[in-house]
Ligand binder design. Structure first.
Ligand code: FO1
Length: 325
C-alpha cells in the first residue's frame, strides 16, 4: 500500500453501483480506507414489500466486504431464494393495482436482512446516512459510505411509447430493453448530505467513478450545488469513462447515451463531464480519441479501465489519484 504522501488523499468518489464498487475496491488496495469517502447514488432506491431497498449502497457495501455475488454484480454470494419462492403462492390472489408480492425484483434471503434492518431503523427515525454507516460498520468496512442525500430522490424514465417508469421498473422488470425519450430526476426537496458536501469540498481529489453518467452520476449532479462545487475544483476532479470502445461493460449506458442525444463514446462522456472534471481517464481501446478529448479542454489519461483483475482495479485506483497532480 502506498502512503498518503505519495498519492493525493483524502479522496471523495461519486459512485453508482457495480463499476463504482469495483473501482473503490481497487482504490482501497492502494490507500487507507479512512481517507476514502464514497458519495453514492440513491435515486435507484425503491420500496418493495414495505422495505426500503438501496441497490447502489448495497452493491458498494457488499463488494467492498467481499460478499457480493461476483457473477450478478448485485446481491450476496451463495444466496438462497426461499422467501421469493414462497411469495409465488400469492401470485394468483394479488388484486389488480396492488404492489404486493412483487417477484420480478429478486431479494435473496440474506440480502433481505439488510432491507429489514434498514427499514426498521428508518421507521425508528434514523437517517439513511446513519443506517448506511451502521450497515457499513457491521460489514467491517473502514471507509465512509454516504448516501448522496437523506431525502428521497427518484429517477424516472419516459419511454418513447409514452410510459413513465420508475427506475427499477425500467432496469430490472423491463430489463432496460425499451427505448427512452427522457430521464427525469425527481429531487425537488432533496439536499446533498452535509458530510457529502464537506467531503466533496475538502478532498484532495474527487473521482467520478466509471458509473452511468446519466442515471447514476446524473442524480448526484441534480442535487443543488453539486455541479457548482465540482466546477469550482475542476482541476482536482477526475472522471473515469464507463464507456470503452463505444460500449458499456454492464448496463444500458451506451444505449441511453445514444437515445438521449449524446455520442456513446469517450468523447460523449467528455462532453458530459467537461464542465466539472479537468481530467478524463479512458481505456487503451479509445486511445485514438484522446486528441478530441483534449480539444474539449480536458486532460486525457490512457490506461486499462476494464477491471477484470484486482491488479487492474488497483492500478486504476492509483492512476486516478496521480492523474491530477
Ligand atoms: N438487478 C437485476 O437485474 N435483477 C434483480 O432482480 C435485482 C435485484 C436486486 C436486489 C437488491 C439489490 O441491491 C440490487 C438488485 N439488482 C437487481 C440490481 C440493481 O437494481 C441494479 O443493478 C441497479 O439499481 C443499477 O445500478
Amino acid at each position: 500500500m502506498m502512503t498518503d504522501a505519495e498519492l493525493a488523499t483524502p479522496v471523495a468518489v461519486l459512485a453508482g453501483g457495480v463499476g463504482a464498487a469495483r473501482y473503490l475496491n481497487g482504490l482501497l488496495s492502494v490507500i487507507d480506507a479512512a481517507s476514502v469517502t464514497a458519495v453514492v447514488n440513491t435515486a435507484d432506491d425503491t420500496t418493495l414489500h414495505g422495505l426500503r431497498i438501496c441497490p447502489d449502497l448495497d452493491t458498494v457495501t457488499y463488494t467492498l466486504a467481499g460478499a457480493i455475488d461476483p457473477d450478478r454484480g448485485w446481491g450476496l454470494a451463495g444466496e438462497t431464494w426461499a422467501a421469493m419462492e414462497a411469495l409465488e403462492r400469492y401470485a394468483s390472489v394479488i388484486p389488480q393495482g396492488s404492489d404486493a408480492g412483487v417477484t420480478w425484483f429478486g431479494l435473496g434471503d440474506r440480502d433481505l436482512a439488510t432491507h429489514l434492518y434498514r427499514s426498521a431503523r428508518l421507521a425508528e427515525g434514523a437517517t439513511l446516512s446513519e443506517v448506511t454507516a451502521e450497515i457499513a460498520t457491521a460489514w467491517g468496512l473502514g471507509l465512509a459510505i454516504l448516501p448522496m442525500s437523506d431525502d428521497p430522490v427518484a429517477t424516472r424514465l419516459l419511454t418513447v411509447d409514452g410510459r413513465d417508469l420508475a427506475f427499477q421498473e425500467y432496469f430490472v422488470r423491463d430489463r432496460h430493453d425499451v427505448a427512452i425519450a427522457e430521464v427525469r430526476v425527481e429531487a425537488t426537496a432533496a439536499r446533498l448530505g452535509d458530510a457529502a458536501r464537506t467531503a466533496l469540498r475538502d478532498a484532495a481529489v474527487v473521482v467520478i467513478a466509471p458509473s452511468n453518467p446519466l442515471v447514476s452520476i446524473g442524480p448526484i449532479r441534480a442535487l443543488d450545488g453539486v455541479d457548482e462545487l465540482l466546477a469550482s475544483r475542476r482541476d482536482s476532479t477526475v472522471a473515469i469513462s464507463p464507456i470503452v470502445g463505444g460500449r458499456a461493460l454492464k448496463g444500458p449506458a451506451a444505449r441511453l447515451l445514444d437515445e438521449l442525444g449524446h455520442e456513446a463514446s469517450v468523447v460523449g462522456v467528455a462532453q458530459i463531464y467537461r464542465s466539472i472534471a479537468g481530467t478524463l481517464v479512458i481505456d487503451h481501446a479509445d486511445a485514438d480519441r484522446a486528441g478530441e478529448i483534449e480539444d474539449l479542454g480536458m486532460r486525457c489519461v490512457i490506461t486499462d479501465t476494464v477491471m477484470s483483475t484486482p491488479q487492474i482495479a488497483a492500478e486504476l485506483g492509483r492512476i486516478s489519484l496521480v492523474s491530477t497532480l
